[in-house]
Ligand binder design. Structure first.
Ligand SMILES: *Cc1c(COP(=O)(O)O)cnc(C)c1O
Length: 400
């Protein structure tokens, strides 16, 4: 799958600097628990939510629950007044149980069964995404009168984990679907797009906002006034490859909104997943073995976490986590990093060359930083008899 000969150097090597990144209370907790596990600092979740609220003060924040569905995370955000982007009945029930009313829930998955829509509607959810006629017809039938927005397909260039073509329709189709929504008795509310997750180009939203404007104009021609633009997710976490500051994303998004909507500003939604939780999490793993390899001049370091119990986003080495180890400060050399299972694809990094301490051996720990998003929620249940990645939340000095 990955080409080991095409090596790239990871410039932000693990170093003592990472030490200061992990707060004392999280370090203490990590040292007291079994590996592998994810520790999420709720204080950082709140701080990230606050930072986004300051950066985009006009946008309603709908946390994308799939990034980290720990009930404590959802509860902390619900207490701050956040809204939620959900993908299934399970996520709806989770948000309701954590104190978010149904008026704060947006059903943001274009792929849903009729009975999933009915489940949402029965619980009071009135906001649904769509991008196809069969889904729209289902919504009209089992969620009569609901607000709908249409997801359009946008270029995901600049994203480290693009969506491909699975979701969204062309703007012309959005115009047709939202007209049909009106005919079916629904409330055509607006347009959404997702510019691709871990989007490193703050100018990427320009395409989506411009295409959204096209849909607004298309519908205005039919006497329908849309009112909402959903900016989706894509805001970054902190991995080895530096991302621009949040303020730069906000500035470029505001510029695009001014350019395409001027004084006619629609309601704004934003659906952060990664930006809220990535930097709040540290994943502690243990070194199982360190072996020299005959076919390669690099040592192989096998961790007790890999592709199937938390590191799904290392597929294709899309996400390159920053590391710290219990032997930081000792001389380092290049390694191939791999997971613990009997699957040949369970190699974490071979194209990206990480350098780890030469003294590293079985029983030592390796922390993956900014691992709060798309780790525990992507963990398999029991592949090779390995339990799903456990999540613990700490909150200041309290432990949940
Ligand atoms: C996953 C998802 C998000 C969150 O994306 P991030 O890049 O993590 O911010 C937002 N909206 C929708 C519809 C999603 O599926």
């Amino acid at each position: 799958m990955t080409d080991p000969s095409a090596t790239a150097d990871v410039t932000d090597r693990p170093s003592g600097a990472a030490e200061s990144v992990v707060p004392q209370r999280v370090r203490e907790f990590l040292d007291s628990t079994e590996t592998p596990c994810l520790v999420v600092d709720l204080a950082v979740v709140r701080r990230n939510h606050g930072a986004l609220r300051s950066a985009l003060p006009d946008a309603r924040i709908c946390y994308a629950v799939k990034a980290n569905p720990a009930p404590e995370v959802v509860g902390a955000l619900a207490a701050l007044g956040a809204s939620f982007d959900v993908a299934s009945p399970g996520e709806i029930d989770l948000c309701l149980a954590q104190g978010a009313g149904p008026e704060r829930i947006s059903y943001g998955n274009t792929i849903k069964k009729r009975r999933d829509i009915a489940h949402a509607y029965e619980r009071g959810v009135r906001l649904f995404v769509t991008d196809s006629e069969p889904d729209l017809v289902n919504i009209a039938e089992v969620a009569p009168g609901a607000q709908v927005f249409c997801r359009i397909l946008v270029d995901n260039k600049g994203s480290r984990t693009p969506f491909g073509r699975k979701f969204g329709c062309p703007p012309e189709t959005a115009v047709r679907l939202l007209r049909q929504a009106r005919e079916l008795g629904l409330d055509p509310y607006g347009v959404s797009f997702h510019i691709g997750s871990q989007q490193l180009d703050p100018a990427a939203w320009e395409h989506g906002i411009s295409a959204a404007r096209q849909v607004f104009e298309g519908l205005a021609g039919h006497g329908i006034a849309l009112r909402m633009v959903n900016l989706g997710g894509g805001l970054p976490g902190s991995y080895t490859e530096a991302a621009p500051p949040l303020a730069e994303y906000a500035r470029r998004i505001e510029q695009s909104l001014d350019r395409h909507f001027g004084a006619d500003r629609p309601d704004l939604l934003v659906e952060p997943g990664r930006q809220i939780v990535a930097d709040a999490g540290v994943l502690r793993s243990e070194v199982v073995l360190v072996t020299p390899s005959a076919a390669d001049d690099r040592r192989w370091v096998y961790l007790d976490v890999g592709r199937y119990n938390g590191l799904a986003e290392t597929e294709g080495e899309a996400i390159t986590y920053r590391l710290r180890t219990s032997r930081d400060g000792d001389p380092c050399g290049p390694v191939v990093l791999a997971g613990p299972t009997c699957d040949g694809d369970d190699v974490i990094y071979q194209r990206n060359v990480y350098e780890l301490p030469l003294t590293l051996r079985g029983g030592d720990w390796v922390d993956l930083l900014s691992a709060g998003a798309y780790t525990a929620s992507y963990s398999s249940v029991c592949f090779n008899g390995i339990a799903p990645l456990a999540t613990y939340c700490v909150d200041g000095d309290e432990r949940a």
